[in-house]
Design a protein around this ligand. Structure first.
Ligand code: ADP
Ligand code: ADP
Length: 225
């Protein structure tokens, strides 16, 4: 069955419609690329699926939970324990070292400092950025910063990783490197990935592509048949 699914999502911002009956589903370990023109509702869909915002109507289910039926506090707790996030501009904490940034979500989940740092170090090695662990995010390159952001997103062994234009600020070589490291790590841990991207080259790392248009989801293959 599906791990995460949504039915009939509607969301408007004032008079601006963002989602107009969007449906979605993803299986454990699956990598889905969400494509579509700017302003079509991709980010809003991602934020509803991740429980960051609530749709005006419609249902989001995650495992046995109905996300749309939970309180804000319950949704935050679930996000922290089960979801990981990668954003376009890493959004790392500038005052912390790269290692501390990766250790932070583990600490927030109650892992003791020594263990959190040991696990964070393993993730930095995995993403091939162990040499910058002691530096602050402002001191590393864009590609290194995004790999730190991926390490941070995966460190808590999330069941779903949400990535919103994770390579949008990178050149194509660094972008592909981040995508290949992200999808390999996700496959190894059987994490599902919901990836918003404009770039076909980035979407090529997914198992399945969907297109959002005018707040509705179209299956790429269904459009071709
Ligand atoms: P995409 O990610 O595909 O660019 P978005 O989900 O960001 O699309 O936006 C969908 C529509 O909703 C757009 O018209 C956008 O301007 C609008 N929108 C998104 N977020 C907000 C917001 N916080 N306030 C007002 N309008 C918003
Ligand atoms: P994307 O790059 O996914 O298209 P945007 O750059 O359009 O996203 O939006 C970035 C942020 O601004 C998002 O948090 C979105 O919700 C918000 N936003 C988008 N459009 C509007 C808008 N018209 N008014 C207010 N906030 C918006």
């Amino acid at each position: 069955g599906s791990l995460l699914s949504a039915e009939g999502l509607h969301k408007t911002y004032g008079a601006t419609p963002a989602l107009d009956g969007a449906d979605f589903s993803i299986h454990p370990g699956e990598v889905v690329a969400v494509m579509g023109p700017s302003g079509s509702g991709k980010s809003t869909l991602l934020h509803c699926l991740a429980g960051i915002i609530q749709p005006d109507s419609g249902t989001v289910r995650y495992g046995p939970h109905t996300l749309t039926g939970l309180t804000d506090v319950q949704r935050s707790a679930l996000r922290r324990s089960d979801f990981g996030f990668v954003f376009q501009f890493g959004q790392l904490v500038p005052e912390l070292t790269c290692l501390e940034n990766v250790a932070l979500p583990l600490r927030l989940n109650g892992v003791k400092r020594k263990d959190a740092e040991r696990q964070a170090r393993t993730w930095l090695e995995r993403l091939e950025v162990e040499t910058v662990g002691g530096q602050r995010p402002g001191e590393v390159s864009g590609g290194q910063g995004q790999r730190i952001a991926v390490a941070r997103a995966l460190a808590t062994a999330p069941r779903v990783v949400f990535a919103d234009e994770p390579t949008g600020a990178l050149d194509s070589l660094n972008g592909e490197r981040v995508m290949s490291l992200l999808t390999d790590a996700a496959r190894d841990t059987n994490a599902a990935v919901v990836l918003v991207t404009h770039e076909a080259r980035v979407a090529a790392y997914s198992d399945r592509e969907i297109v959002v248009r005018d707040g509705r989801v179209k299956d790429m293959l269904a459009g071709l048949i």
